[in-house]
Design a protein around this ligand. Structure first.
Ligand SMILES: [Zn+2]
Length: 119
């Protein structure tokens, strides 16, 4: 990406998203702890509900962690100056796509290609 101003904007977006996720993960951890306290005193129904909540939360956390990694790697690519280029074909990724999904590593064409192969 040649446009310096846009890159700064994207970097800001990435950092904000990173903080949002870190906060969320932190909150999850606290809730998990409260949940465990509740389980210790609750009855069977409470425990079943708590367990279900915990499963849901850990599935969500896994997604958030994955997103966090994508953000970290995008930030690293910005530092290295390789950000904004497709991992597959090396072509610049469409600017609109980066704005919508700042941690995209594939251009639209390669992404579609990949999705086609999956089915
Ligand atoms: Zn590509």
């Amino acid at each position: 990406m040649e446009n310096h101003r846009d890159l700064e904007k994207i970097k800001k977006m990435l950092l904000e998203e990173k903080h949002r996720i870190l906060n969320k993960l932190q909150r999850n951890k606290e809730e998990e702890k409260n949940n465990r306290d509740r389980q210790a005193v609750g009855d069977d129904v409470d425990q079943a509900v708590a367990l279900e909540e915990e499963n849901l939360r850990s599935a969500l956390s896994a997604m958030e962690v994955q997103r966090l990694r994508a953000i970290e790697s995008a930030l690293q690519r910005i530092e290295e100056g390789t950000y904004g280029y497709c991992e597959e074909c090396g072509e610049p990724i469409e600017e609109g796509r980066l704005m919508a999904k700042p941690f995209a590593v594939l251009c639209v064409r390669c992404k579609e290609e990949k999705e086609r192969k999956r089915f």
